[in-house]
Design a protein around this ligand. Structure first.
Ligand SMILES: Cc1cc2nc3c(=O)[nH]c(=O)nc-3n(C[C@H](O)[C@H](O)[C@H](O)COP(=O)(O)O)c2cc1C
Length: 479
C-alpha cells in the first residue's frame, strides 16, 4: 500500500509509462466508420480500466469534450463528463492513477476543487487533474463563455489554478481578489487524500502552454511531431523551461495498429483510414482545429487528415517483431541493423554479446529469420539447414556459437565453431541434444557463457509443438 502520493503507481520506477487516453469518448480518437470502433459505453469503460489496472498501466486520461467531430461517425459526439467518469473508475480499480480533464473556463474553481477532492478520496489518492485552457469555439459557445485570445486563456487558467491550490492547502477561510474571481471566506474540507495536491498534467504545444506547465504542472502532455529531430528539440524546449526536477513526466498520445506481420498491420491501417475513414469528419476537424494542427504536425493536408482519422496521436503501425537492434556502449545507444533485402522494414534482434565483442542475433529477411553473428564489422549468416527459420542466441570470443533452427518438430538447437577471425561457417553439432529430441522435447538454447569456451549457460526453453511450451532451467554441456 502506498504511504504517500509519491508512492502511487504514476510515480513508480518505470521510465516509460503507459496509459489509455480518450476512452470516455465514442470512437476514442479515430475518425473512422469501421464497425469495431470504440463503443464508449460505461461497461466497456469499466472493463478497459480494470484490464489496464491489472496489466500495470500507469494511468487513464479522459478527453474533455462537449461537441463531436460530426460526419457519420461523429467521433467524441457521445462522451462521459470526466470527473464523474474518474470517480466511477477510481471506485472500480485498485492502483491505476485516473485523471479528470477540466476546461477551467467552464467550471467554478471552488466547486471543482471539492469535486476533485471527492474523486481523490474515492481513489485513495490516485486522482490527477489534466488542466485544459480550451480551444474549441463551439464548446465555448455552448457554455456561453467568450473564447478570448490564446494567451488570455492561459492567464485565466493560472488564476483558476491558484484558487484551487489554495483551497486544497489552506486550513482557514481566505478572500481572493483576482482579475476573474472575487471570492469571500473560501474554505473547503476535506483536503486531498495525502494532504498534498493531486498530480497535475497540462496539455499543450505552444510557448505559452510550455511556460504555464513549467510554472504549474508535474507532467506535460504533448504531441509527437513526425520527425525525430523535431521531437528532440521539442522535449528540450519543454524540459529547459521547467525548474530542475519539476517536470516529472512528458506524455504524448500514440495509437498502435499491431498485427502478426507488417503487411497485415499496414492493410488494417489502410482499412481504417482509406476504406472506412470518415473523411467528412476529418474535413470538419481540420477546419475546426485550423492552423493549430499544422504547427505541430507539419504535414500536407491529406497526410494530416489521414493521421486525424487513424487516431490523431503518433501512429505505430507494424508487427510484433518490427525492431531495430541497438547496442549500449560508452554511455550511449547506437542502432545496429543487419542488412536486409531492399524494401523490408528494419527487423534486427540482438540476442547476445561476448566479452570480446561478438554479437549474436537474428534478422527477418526474405521471408525467414536468419541467425547471424558479428565480429567487428564482419558478418556471418547462418545457412539454412533443413529449416526455415534460424536464430543465434549466444556467441563467445573463442568462436563458439549457439542457437536454434525452427524445424517441423519445434526448435532444434545446435552449436557451431567459428574461427576466431569470425569468417566462414563451422560444423553443426547436435549430438548433445539427441536424448531430448528422442523424447520429442526440442529445446531452444538461450545463452552461452562468454569466457569458459565450451560450457553453455543453464538457461533453456523446452518447446512442445510450435512456439509454445513450458519454461524450464536446463543445464547443458557439450564438447
Ligand atoms: C495531447 C493533448 C491532449 C489534449 N487534450 C485536450 C482535451 O481533452 N480537451 C480539450 O479541449 N483540449 C485538449 N487539448 C488542447 C490543450 O489543452 C490546449 O488547449 C491546446 O493545445 C492549446 O494550447 P497550446 O496552443 O498551448 O497547444 C489537448 C492538447 C494536447 C496536445
Amino acid at each position: 500500500m502506498p504511504q504517500s502520493r509519491d508512492e502511487t503507481r504514476i510515480y513508480n520506477k518505470n521510465k516509460f509509462k503507459l496509459g489509455l487516453f480518450g476512452m470516455n469518448c465514442s470512437g476514442g480518437l479515430s475518425l473512422t466508420k469501421a464497425p469495431e470502433r470504440w463503443d464508449a459505453s460505461w461497461d466497456n469503460n469499466v472493463a478497459a480500466a480494470k484490464l489496464a489496472d491489472e496489466a500495470g498501466l500507469e494511468f487513464l486520461l479522459p478527453i474533455g469534450r462537449w461537441h463531436g467531430y460530426q460526419g457519420e461517425s461523429d467521433t467524441q459526439g457521445t462522451t462521459f463528463e470526466t470527473l464523474a467518469w474518474a470517480c466511477g473508475l477510481l471506485a472500480s480499480t485498485e492502483e491505476i492513477t485516473t485523471f479528470g480533464t477540466l476546461h477551467v473556463a467552464f467550471v467554478n474553481p471552488v466547486f471543482a476543487a471539492k469535486q476533485m477532492v471527492t474523486a481523490d478520496h474515492i481513489g485513495h489518492g490516485r486522482f490527477g487533474l489534466n488542466v485544459v485552457s480550451g480551444w474549441n469555439p463551439i464548446e465555448f459557445g455552448m457554455m456561453g463563455v467568450a473564447l478570448g485570445d490564446h494567451d488570455g486563456r492561459y492567464d485565466y487558467a493560472e488564476e483558476w489554478l491558484t484558487i484551487v491550490n489554495r483551497i486544497w492547502s489552506e486550513p482557514v477561510p481566505f478572500d481572493f481578489d483576482g482579475h476573474h474571481y472575487k471570492l469571500k471566506a473560501v474554505l473547503a474540507k476535506p483536503k486531498p487524500w495525502w494532504g498534498s495536491r493531486p498530480i497535475l498534467v497540462s496539455a499543450g504545444n505552444s510557448e505559452t502552454g510550455r511556460d504555464f506547465a513549467a510554472r504549474n504542472a508535474d507532467c506535460l502532455f504533448t504531441t509527437i511531431p513526425p520527425e525525430h529531430d523535431d521531437l528532440c528539440k521539442k522535449l528540450a524546449f519543454f524540459r529547459d523551461a521547467a525548474p530542475g526536477g519539476q517536470l516529472r513526466n512528458i506524455f504524448a498520445s500514440s495509437h498502435l495498429m499491431v498485427r502478426p506481420t507488417r503487411k497485415e498491420a499496414e492493410d488494417y491501417h489502410h482499412y481504417i483510414v482509406y476504406e472506412q475513414g470518415d473523411w467528412e469528419a476529418a474535413e470538419y476537424a481540420f477546419k475546426l482545429r485550423g492552423s493549430r494542427i499544422n504547427t505541430w504536425l507539419k504535414a500536407d493536408e491529406e497526410k494530416l487528415k489521414a493521421r486525424l482519422i487513424s487516431g490523431a496521436g503518433f501512429p505505430i503501425v507494424g508487427s510484433y517483431d518490427d525492431a531495430h537492434g541497438f547496442v549500449y556502449q560508452g554511455g550511449a545507444y547506437r542502432t545496429l541493423d543487419v542488412p536486409q533485402l531492399p524494401g523490408e522494414a528494419p527487423n534486427t534482434q540482438l540476442n547476445g554479446i561476448s566479452n570480446l565483442g561478438w554479437i549474436a542475433g537474428q534478422v527477418f529477411t526474405g521471408g525467414a529469420w536468419r541467425g547471424f553473428w558479428m565480429v567487428g564489422d564482419k558478418l556471418g549468416f547462418l545457412g539454412p539447414v533443413g529449416a526455415a527459420d534460424g536464430q543465434i542466441a549466444g556467441a563467445n570470443g573463442r568462436g563458439d556459437i549457439v542457437g536454434c533452427h525452427d524445424a517441423m518438430a519445434g526448435f532444434v538447437s545446435f552449436n557451431l565453431q567459428i574461427p576466431r577471425s569470425g569468417v566462414g561457417t563451422g560444423k553443426f553439432q547436435h549430438a548433445f541434444l539427441r536424448e531430448r529430441l528422442a523424447a520429442h522435447q526440442p529445446i531452444q538454447i538461450r545463452a552461452l557463457a562468454a569466457g569458459s569456451g565450451r560450457c553453455f549457460s543453464t538457461a533453456a526453453r523446452i518447446v512442445r509443438g510450435a512456439h509454445t511450451g513450458t519454461l524450464a532451467q536446463l543445464p547443458l554441456r557439450y564438447g
